[in-house]
Write a protein that binds this ligand. Structure first.
Ligand code: ADP
Length: 235
């Protein structure tokens, strides 16, 4: 019975991996065509709006497929490969710099409190993705003119990375579920139609692969704080 259940589980994982892989390329074709249409000055405004909303949906679908593909690669153990020693502080600083433009568009400031060198070992590309996803959410769920703070420090043999915002917060009944796949607190809370409820499950999966813990604290109306604890690298 357990073997059969495990087989079914593995088959379904393989199906998601194959489907998301095979859908990636075909989706780029309608996207490209719609982008060309959208720029065609001969279209009347009604048709341009229609092309615009189709393009939005195709972009949304593309993002879901991309995230499913990422999850299937993480399930296959991808984050456990290509490990190097690196400084989490440096990685956090460059990621904040890159994400600042996105935040500035909403009049949000990201403060980075990362002064000491914090050595960790892991897949730096995937750990960067953790920071990107957390900052991306902080920007998405913080109203214009809000503030985000990123901290990196070393505490009791662990590197601690915190992303705190003063945004809309998460209701207590939703908090235990935010790391589940496809879980969204309330789709209406995000003006961003690309949200699919997969960003934090990717964060969780990468953390698990690094023996790291991730937790969320939040108060509705006051903001949220996501804390990642990664073992410090010994050398
Ligand atoms: P999504 O792509 O919908 O943002 P995530 O997996 O990243 O999916 O997040 C799951 C849910 O957790 C979101 O739908 C959102 O409501 C909530 N959430 C995540 N980060 C924050 C945050 N910083 N502030 C408020 N709510 C958040």
């Amino acid at each position: 019975m357990i073997t059969r259940l495990d087989d079914a589980f593995q088959n379904s994982k393989r199906f998601v991996a194959d489907a998301s892989h095979d859908l990636r390329t075909p989706l780029t074709i309608p996207r490209g065509e719609l982008e060309n249409f959208a720029e065609d000055g001969r279209l009347d405004s009604e048709l341009r709006d229609c092309v615009g909303s189709m393009l939005e949906e195709v972009v949304h679908l593309g993002k879901i497929v991309e995230q499913l593909f990422t999850l299937s690669r993480l399930d296959a153990g991808e984050a456990q490969t290509e490990w190097t020693h690196f400084d989490l502080t440096e990685l956090a600083k460059t990621t904040v710099e890159q994400m600042s433009l996105l935040a500035e568009d909403k009049g949000i400031a990201i403060a980075c409190d990362a002064r000491q060198s914090v050595p960790v070992k892991g897949n730096s590309v995937r750990l960067k993705q953790v920071i990107v996803n957390l900052l991306d959410n902080a920007i998405k769920y913080t109203p214009a003119k809000g503030a985000i703070q990123l901290r990196v420090l070393a505490v009791n043999g662990h590197a601690v990375l915190e992303v705190e915002d003063n945004g809309i917060g998460i209701p207590p009944e939703a908090l235990p579920h935010v790391f589940e796949r496809f879980y969204r607190v309330d789709p209406a809370r995000s003006a961003d139609s690309e949200s699919a409820g997969l960003g934090l499950s990717i964060v969780k999966s990468i953390c698990t692969a690094h023996d790291a813990e991730v937790e969320a604290h939040s108060t509705v109306g006051d903001g949220s704080c996501f804390r990642v604890k990664v073992p410090l690298s010994k050398n």
